[in-house]
Each structure stands twice: as C-alpha cells, then as structure tokens.
Design a protein around this ligand. Structure first.
Ligand SMILES: Nc1ncnc2c1ncn2[C@@H]1O[C@H](COP(=O)(O)OP(=O)(O)O)[C@@H](O)[C@H]1O
Ligand SMILES: [Mg+2]
Length: 471
C-alpha cells in the first residue's frame, strides 16, 4: 500500500484512506444473506489502530485529496474546488466519488480515517434496486399500520403495485386476473436508462419472457433468470402538449441515524418526444421518458433537448391548476422522499464516512398525484446541454459544501446553496419561522421548484461563518 507523497499546501498529518488495493474476494453482502441488520462497519480494518479524534470543527482543512472515477461535471467540479487535489493512482485520499461497483470490491478492505468521505452508503441497493425498494416500502407500510394506524400507513401509497419476478409470479398472476386489460411494465431490477423494459397486457408475454427473454446475453448459457419487477403501468400520466414526462429530483442524505436529508431546489422534467397513446405499448419512445431512450429517436433535436426545469413545470401547473393544488402536489412529493428514506433507515448501514446524492424518478398522473418509480444511487451526472451542465455543476458544488471537507459549517444550517434541509431527525421548519406554525400549519422547509438564488445565499452564508470565526 502506497502512502501519500508530500503535498505542498497540505498540512494534514497521518493516514487518510488507503488507495484501493488489488481487489480481494469481497465479503458476502448482508442483503445477499437475506437482509442487512442495523449497525456500522465503521470502515476500519479489523485490528486497525483506534481512529484519531476529529479535527476541531470550524478549523479549515487546507488540502483535500480526492479520487474520482468519472469525467464530466463531477471531475470538473472536484478539480476546480479551491484547495482540492486529485490523488494519483496509488496515493491515499480523503474524498472519493466512485461508482457503486467500487464498494463491492473495496469498501470492506479500506481503512478510513475519521474525516474521510465517500459518495455511497455500503448497501445503497436497499433503496436503489427496484425490488428491494418495494420490499422495504411494503414492510415499512405494514409497520406504520401496526404502530400508527391505517391513515398513517396510507401515506405510503405512492408506488404502483409491484411484484418481484419470477419469485412472486403467483401473487402477480392473482393480481393480474383481478383487472383484465390493464397495462403492466416489466423492469429488470439491476439495469437503468430504460434497458430491458417492456410493457404488456397478456400473460402470454410473461410466459415468453420466462422462457428466455429474462436472460441477459451472459446468462443465456445458464439456467439463471434475471430478476425483474412487474409493476402496474400508470395509464393516466399528466400530459403537456400531449406528451408524457417524469421528474428527476435530487435528495442528499448525509446520515441515516439520525436521518438527515436535504432537497435540491432544481430538478427537471424529462419529456417523451412522441405523443402519448395506449394503443402502441411496444413503442419505447412513447412510454419511456429516459433521456438515454429519447435521444435515439429519429426526430430528437439535441438543441431543443427534452427537458424542462422544474421551476418551469411548477409555474405551468400553477397557472393551470392554481397555487393550492400545486402546493399539495409538492407536499405529496416531500412525503415520498421522507417515507422512502424512513423505510430503509434501519436497514442501511449508517456509516459516518458515507453520504449519498439520490436521483428520484417521479411520475405525476392527471389527478396531480405523484408516483415513485425508482430511486437512483448513481443518477446520471453527465450533461445533455449547457443548461444541464450548469445544473449538475451547481448541484455537485452544493453537495460538497454540505459534505464540508473544509470544516466551515456549524452543523446548524438549514440551507446551503440550492439545498434545503427537509429532515433532521424530524421535520424541519422553514427558515425564519421560529414558532414553526403559521396559521396553524407547520411550514416545512422545502422549496422544490422555487427560485434558486444559491449564489447569493452562499455568499451570505460564508460571510457570516467567517465573521463568526474571527469574532
Ligand atoms: N409504473 C410505471 N408507469 C408508467 N411509466 C413508467 C412506470 N415505470 C417506469 N415508467 C417509465 O419508464 C421509464 C424507466 O423506468 P425506471 O423505473 O425509471 O427504470 P430505469 O432504471 O430504466 O430508468 C421511466 O422514466 C418512466 O418514463
Ligand atoms: Mg429511471
């Protein structure tokens, strides 16, 4: 294992995180053994020396060494951050932005000092795999019904009926037969960008899938069938200009125990290029709103793209339906973020070295009800246009401000740049509302789709923080 070469500006002493070594055989993951229990790996190798005390808060960290497995906005933002330096291949690092596959190979074998941060939780898949997400939500719903009653449990009814395939095939068939003629969607649990998805209305299509359609090329020679979910297809999506869209919203979690979650003000709607119809269920350009799918359409115009900023959508909906209905819609979305995170709170290994920037996929139906389609632990951070590039760079910069390797924050902030703190071991009240109740209503600290004056806010925040430090 190599140690860090001397860094001119760096005054931090001692070990950070060992550079990933040649991967050893990874330990079996908790969920593969049938569900992870609560607790923390601590990230330390067995027998490692006790961790040194954390740096006194408020003392700036003069040099941060980062590793990054990506190009594009992530690498651009990390490289341009003042005082940050990219660690070379074998060098130790303080901060890692990696792909989830890195975790499987290396996490359990990597020693991490107190201050080290990494952009995924060890068992992120409890939320980001489509079958585990639903399993956790169903369990959480049952628990809520037991502990708090039916009304509270009904607040979890934001995901379409879903069955794991082939393990829940018989349950699925039972449900399928109750409503003949409805449309279902089959999605492989471990893939993304619309890959492997198809819609169906007849059981025969599933029988064909079971025969061989459910196998990837690599699995064709094996008897193994790839796991899918069969999910009720939302047949009445909200349409704008006759086109379907879904939303991508960003939520940052910095701790699961206690749960601390931040919601980003910006996000976007991803439109299909083709008018919506239920007559052609085989046409992916109609039904799948992934940019990766839409940009392969013959009439796709890269100049125009297929996105709307969420602010534009919020304005459009407000003009059409009034502010009250739109507030309810956005409050329902907040409920989705919080309930889904709570559903895995006791399952995710809440390691203090980890944070996660989730990309939520939400579909709105024509009753203005939002549905959760999936949660991505590795949302696409490449840019499809200049506007998209800027959004992602700002999102990443603000994520780094909150992760706060530099040690500038007090930990009491409710807003940092474009992020608003929506949950801090409980709901967070809006900045300035000391009494938390306005006209008898709790004013939640959420501003999704509102004006994102992040630059001014950051200027003000860091000015106040440095004034406090000098005082
Ligand atoms: N239950 C559903 N009802 C309607 N449309 C859906 C449903 N599930 C997925 N879709 C459409 O398919 C797209 C891809 O589905 P998603 O679950 O996000 O998988 P992927 O990981 O491939 O992105 C979504 O963006 C949405 O447009
Ligand atoms: Mg998706």
């Amino acid at each position: 294992m190599a140690t860090a070469a001397a860094c001119g500006a760096c005054t931090m002493a001692g070990r950070r995180a060992a550079a990933p070594r040649a991967p050893k055989k990874p330990k079996q993951r908790p969920a593969e053994r049938g569900g992870a229990g609560p607790g923390s790996t601590g990230g330390s190798a067995p027998g490692a020396a006790p961790l040194p005390p954390p740096p006194p808060s408020g003392r700036p960290r003069p040099c941060v060494r980062f590793k990054c497995g990506f190009t594009g906005p992530v690498l651009d933002v990390l490289s341009r951050r003042p005082g940050w330096q990219q660690a070379k291949d074998e060098e130790e690092w303080d901060f890692l932005w990696c792909d989830v596959s890195w975790l499987r190979e290396n996490f359990d074998h990597t020693y991490m000092e107190e201050h080290v941060r990494i952009c995924h939780f060890r068992n992120h898949y409890e939320l980001s795999r489509k079958n585990y997400l639903v399993k956790n939500l169903k369990r959480f719903r049952k628990q809520l019904e037991r502990d708090a009653g039916k009304l509270e449990a009904a607040k979890c009814d934001f995901f379409p009926k879903t069955f794991e395939m082939p393990s829940e095939y018989h349950l699925f068939v039972e449900e399928f037969r109750k409503k003949p003629g409805t449309t279902w969607i089959m999605k492989p649990v471990g893939r993304s960008q619309g890959k492997g998805i198809f819609l169906f209305r007849k059981l025969k299509d599933i029988v064909d899938w079971k025969k061989d359609g459910g196998r990837t090329e690599e699995q064709k020679d094996e008897t193994q069938i790839e796991t899918y979910v069969a999910q009720q297809y939302i047949e009445n999506p909200y349409l704008i200009g006759g086109r379907k869209f879904d939303l991508r919203v960003y939520v940052l979690v910095t701790s699961y125990i206690p749960l601390k979650a931040w919601l980003y003000r910006d996000g976007f709607a991803r439109f299909s290029n083709t008018r919506f119809t239920l007559n052609s269920i085989d046409d992916h350009y109609v039904h799948l709103t992934n940019v990766a799918v839409q940009k392969t359409a013959r009439d796709y115009d890269p100049e125009k793209g297929c996105k709307w900023m969420i602010q534009q959508l919020r304005q459009y909906l407000t003009a059409k339906h009034g502010a009250g209905s739109v507030e309810v819609l956005f409050a329902d979305m907040d409920n989705i973020f919080i309930k889904s995170l709570q559903s895995v709170q006791k399952v995710i290994i809440s390691d203090k070295h980890c944070f996660e920037l989730y990309g939520y996929d939400i579909l709105i139906d024509w009753n203005l009800k939002p549905w959760l389609l999936e949660v991505n632990a590795s949302p696409s951070l490449i840019a499809s246009s200049q506007e998209d590039y800027e959004l992602k760079c700002h999102l990443l910069k603000d994520t780094l401000h909150i992760v706060d390797m530099e040690g500038r924050l007090t930990g009491k902030e409710k807003r940092v740049g474009g992020f608003d703190l929506i949950w801090n071991d409980g709901p967070v009240s809006r900045e300035g509302n000391l009494g938390t109740l306005v006209n008898g209503n709790f004013m939640a600290n959420t501003h999704l789709g509102c004006y994102n004056d992040r630059k001014q806010q950051l200027k003000q925040l860091f000015r106040t923080l440095s004034a406090q430090q000098t005082a």
